[in-house]
Design a binder for this molecule. Structure first.
Ligand code: ISE
Length: 338
């Protein structure tokens, strides 16, 4: 049994703990910390974890009854516990984004390089989604020819809370497309541009410009557009379409059954984002647990992937200021991640 120390007990922690206690094997939460102790007590009770609730991150990391860490705290509070876990030699699963700025991700990469082995898996769960995997296999098979361009839709159900400000659209939502698009196209980005479409009058988040359109340019000349909103009125909707020289490959329009009734063809659309990727959340965490249990080096999305995404996100946030095209420059990938 892999004993997990949980840091941060918000919505995504509930998703992971629910999966751990109902669908996954070989993992249990034995220690918990949240800046708000009540939240830690609440999750402990709700899922009958019988874990120790601690007052500090250090106590969780150093607990001898903790083999690995699961970091689900606020986006800007990931780096400290991740680096502490690396320094303690304990593997750590950290939610996306690895950090909200690239310079913080670099600190994680440097700590891992110092440790000399991969100890971090970043929660880019779309890489474990069966449909995204099929899409990648199709592209890699060469059947649609070289990928030339693409389109993503990332519509999150409204209302967007005031937590959401203009830059969060990038490092909370678009970060998924940043990660998945270069993985699908097998090539690095050269530049990114963010533009604003007509403001949605239903948007009540005062510091959020919504909707936004982000364009990623790649080395080969391939271009991918992503349409983003946190105010989707009809439900949670994620689409990815890749147009190649010989054909098109795309995710299914709706991953739910079709019903024909009363003169209509219909699909149910998820009301929030927690359900669409439930299998992906389960497979990513089970993969982490299995590799920790077997003492294997981690193979899921790495801290380097988190760093690449954050460099791109920093440039996209820069572009948000004046909607200009911002060039992206990356360091060479260290051998540890090749
Ligand atoms: C949320 O944090 C997620 O990670 C979801 O996958 C994403 O679709 C949503 O927009 C984010 O707010």
């Amino acid at each position: 049994m892999v004993k997990l120390g949980l840091i941060g007990c918000g919505a995504i922690a509930h998703t992971h703990v629910s999966n751990l206690t109902s669908a996954l094997n070989n993992g249990e939460v034995t220690a918990i910390y949240d800046i708000n102790k009540d939240a830690a007590e609440q999750i402990n009770q709700q899922f009958e974890l019988n874990a120790k609730v601690y007052e500090s991150i250090d106590e969780v990391v150093n607990d001898l009854n903790v083999d690995a860490l699961m970091v689900c705290s606020r986006n800007d509070a990931h780096v400290d516990p991740v680096i502490k876990a690396i320094e303690a030699g304990k593997p750590v699963f950290v939610e996306k984004p690895l950090a909200t700025v690239a310079s913080d991700c670099k600190k994680v990469v440097d700590a891992e390089l110092k440790a000399g082995k991969r100890l971090v898996q970043v929660g880019f769960m779309r890489r474990f989604d069966p449909f995204y995997i099929q899409l990648k296999d199709e592209i890699d098979s060469g059947e649609i020819g070289k990928p030339l361009m693409g389109y993503n839709r990332h519509f999150t159900t409204r209302p967007a809370t005031n937590y959401f400000e203009t830059p969060n659209m990038i490092n909370d939502a678009f970060i998924h497309e940043i990660d998945i698009t270069h993985w699908l196209f097998n090539e690095p980005y050269t530049s990114v541009q963010v533009q604003y479409a007509r403001p949605n009058s239903l948007n009540t988040a005062t510091k959020l410009k919504d909707p936004q359109i982000a364009t990623l340019h790649m080395k080969s000349g391939a271009i991918v557009n992503t349409y983003l909103t946190q105010n989707s009125i009809y439900g949670y909707d994620v689409m990815c379409q890749v147009i190649g020289e010989k054909g098109i490959a795309q995710l299914p329009d709706m991953p739910t059954i079709e019903v024909r009734k009363s003169g209509k063809i219909s699909h149910t659309i998820d009301e929030d984002w927690t359900k669409r990727f439930i299998t992906a959340y389960q497979v990513e965490l089970q993969t982490f647990i299995n590799e920790v249990a077997d003492g294997e080096e981690l193979t899921g999305p790495s801290s380097w992937d988190g760093y690449v995404a954050a460099v791109t996100a920093d440039c996209a946030i820069k572009s948000q200021a004046d909607e200009s095209l911002v060039p992206i420059k990356l360091d060479d990938m260290p051998d540890l991640y090749k």
